[in-house]
Write a protein that binds this ligand. Structure first.
Ligand code: AMP
Ligand code: FE
Ligand code: FE
Ligand code: ZN
Length: 282
């Protein structure tokens, strides 16, 4: 059996509805699914209802971009329920910052000579949860890029001409807010913390000191040795190793739910460890 603890629906930058994400998880034989849309818990009620009908366990979650010493990184927060709470309340401000960044991004593309109207991008996103992949999709449709990765490589990625910064929580503050909200904070796809594989132990020791609960070791894009190495780093620091596909539907067409590029198996015991970390929260 297997689980998938990192997926996106069309409430952020995935292409499928929350219910469809759950259906695909059930079809893949997964026992547990976490829906981790960027900056929002909007899809959780729909996913939870679908999961109850499909015999899949749903873990509520989100994925936030936070600032750490070495740069921006992504933080997953598990068992974060919709409604009010310390992190949930802060997420409203994060969504405003995203909206403001999106407007500046549309303007920057205009200055670069591209006819990319913000309303078109919002329509691509289905109204809310607009992200760079939606810009990329519109750019591909209009012939400004050959595919989504090409749009990022040439225009949208950090350091490229259309890139716009946005306000982020500091990692330590986001970790505190997550814990205060009953959620377990986990670093997503750890290569993005901006240190080499040899320095993971040092970097994660510092993050463990500020309350990090886990590391996404079983990530679809990682070779088996790196997954094992990261799981070892997590175990040494008393943290949970989690894992997931980072499914985005058609926005990352090569990634399948639960299976990644075909070789991903996230063990069921990741969920048990995550539960223990939740029970240990103050
Ligand atoms: P945003 O949250 O709007 O800044 O967009 C970030 C999202 O864009 C990530 O969650 C990925 O889904 C996607 N993304 C980031 N970098 C790339 C890339 N180089 N190629 C394709 N997709 C990317
Ligand atoms: Fe994404
Ligand atoms: Fe991410
Ligand atoms: Zn993700």
């Amino acid at each position: 059996m297997a689980v998938d603890l990192h997926t996106h629906s069309n409430r952020s930058d995935g292409s499928e509805t929350p219910a469809e994400v759950v259906r695909l998880a059930a079809e893949a034989g997964l026992t547990t699914l976490a829906l981790t849309d960027h900056d929002t818990l909007d899809g959780i009620p729909e996913a939870a209802a679908a999961a109850a009908g499909a015999g899949v366990r749903l873990i509520s979650g989100t994925e936030l971009s936070v600032q750490w010493e070495t740069g921006a990184m992504h933080l997953l927060a598990y068992f974060l329920d919709p409604g009010a709470g310390p992190l949930q309340d802060a997420m409203a401000g994060i969504r405003e910052g995203r909206s403001d960044r999106n407007r500046r991004l549309a303007a920057a593309l205009g200055r670069l000579g591209m006819d990319v109207d913000y309303d078109e991008v919002a329509a691509e996103a289905g109204g809310t949860g607009v992200g760079r992949p939606h810009f990329a999709a519109v750019m591909v449709r209009k012939g400004y890029a050959v595919d989504i990765p090409d749009a990022f490589d040439r225009y949208l990625a950090k350091g490229r001409p259309a890139y716009q910064e946005r306000d982020r929580l500091e990692a330590a503050a986001a970790i505190d807010l997550a814990r205060a909200s009953g959620a377990v904070p986990v670093v997503a796809h750890p290569h993005t913390i901006g240190v080499g594989a040899d320095d993971y132990a040092t970097a994660f020791r510092a993050l463990a000191r500020v309350g990090l609960g886990g590391i996404e070791a079983h990530y679809a894009e990682y070779p088996p040795e790196l997954r094992l190495h990261l799981a070892g780093v997590a175990a040494d620091l008393g943290m949970v190793a989690t894992g997931g596909s980072d499914f985005h539907g058609t926005y990352k067409p090569e990634i399948r739910i639960g299976r990644g590029r075909g070789d991903l198996v996230v063990p069921d015991e990741c969920v048990e460890r995550l539960e223990e970390a939740r029970a240990a929260l103050p």
